[in-house]
Design a protein around this ligand. Structure first.
Ligand SMILES: [Cu+2]
Length: 337
């Protein structure tokens, strides 16, 4: 079915030129077409005219709509044909304007094949687009939100979660009150949410990279160090610690800063690394990760294996470290400044 608004009017013969100029009634009606094309349910605009016996120009402006709701929405909003005509009353024969809302009894069949083709395309694409779209959105939500939450941590993550919950409630409330919200609004909500998540994930990943870049050197670089990677690597031999080419090394770190070293066992024996919990003595015979003294993880590093040791020493001083299995010969010192 088709719904048609027909506006009939007569332009005074003497005013026809004025009506045809740019900014005149006919030009504005023609420009109105661009607005109409963006309205939901709009099909077509036709402007026809003929000269009547008095020499006046009879103009018929028809806008065609797929459903009466679209037509009513158009008529009750601005701009519309009747409103434009009203602004140009000076060129119009008084009392010649009529606005008729009509329902087509039989629709021109030439529309049907076009519409059916569009419907068929829609039917074909929807089963493909919807699952992939939903999957992509869900993955984006999981990935983006988890990145953002991890980066924020603590109370700001709670605040963000509360904000998102309120946002979802607001959108649900809006949609519940506007069950016939046009599909572009619904799509827009998803697009905006997707973009925000995507941006948040990019932000979180870049923040994380920055954080790691700052943490990695960990104040462990001595002057003239052979490079950041080497400065964070302690090598184990049989039976010695090697740091930057020095055996039984003294390794400088900054007080109060979390530092992480990679330990590579290039020897044939098994070793560990155990830092005394204070600048006094060792309290455990063999350390274990998570104990009160910094300890390599895993605690026993067999030949060819790699471990890490991570610690934060707050008080400046000199801390002994050793391999618990070769405690007298395999030693070194951490210097906290
Ligand atoms: Cu050892």
């Amino acid at each position: 079915m088709e719904y048609i608004q027909t506006v009939l009017l007569q332009i005074e013969a003497a005013r026809l030129e004025q009506a045809s100029q740019s900014g005149g009634l006919l030009a504005e009606l023609d420009e109105h077409r661009n607005f109409l094309r963006q309205q939901p349910g709009f099909r077509d605009l036709r402007i026809t005219r003929s000269i009547n016996p008095e020499g006046n120009v009879l103009v018929v402006v028809e806008t065609r709509w797929t459903d009466d709701e679209s037509l009513v929405r158009y008529e009750t909003g601005e701009p519309n044909v009747a409103g434009i005509v009203n602004q140009h009353r000076n060129v119009i024969v008084s009392d010649s304007v009529q606005v008729l809302d009509m329902e087509a009894l039989r629709t021109d069949m030439s529309w049907r094949p076009l519409e059916q083709a569009a419907e068929a395309r829609g039917r074909l694409m929807l089963p493909l687009i919807v699952p992939f779209g939903v999957l992509a959105f869900v993955l984006l939500v999981i990935y983006g939100l988890s990145r953002v939450y991890l980066e924020l941590g603590g109370s700001s993550a709670v605040g963000l979660a509360a904000g998102i919950a309120i946002g979802i409630l607001a959108v649900a409330f809006y949609l519940a009150n506007n069950p016939r919200a046009p599909s572009w609004q619904i799509a827009g909500i998803f697009v905006v949410a997707g973009l925000v998540l995507f941006g948040g994930a990019i932000w979180a990943v870049s923040e994380k990279d920055k954080g790691e870049a700052v943490e990695q050197p960990g104040g462990a670089s001595p002057s003239g160090s052979p490079g950041a990677a080497a400065a964070n690597t302690i090598t184990l031999g049989d039976n010695f610690f090697d740091y930057g080419g020095a055996k039984s090394p003294t390794i400088p770190v900054t007080a109060g800063q979390q530092v992480t070293f990679t330990i590579e066992n290039k020897g044939n024996g098994s070793h560990n690394m155990h830092v005394a919990p204070s600048d006094a003595n060792f309290t455990a015979t063999i350390c274990s990760p998570g104990g009160d003294a910094p300890c390599s993880d895993p605690p026993l590093i067999t030949a060819g294996k790699t471990a890490t040791i991570s610690f934060k020493l707050d008080t400046p001083g000199t801390y002994n470290f050793r391999c618990d299995y070769h405690a007298t010969e395999m030693t070194g010192q951490i210097q906290v400044k």
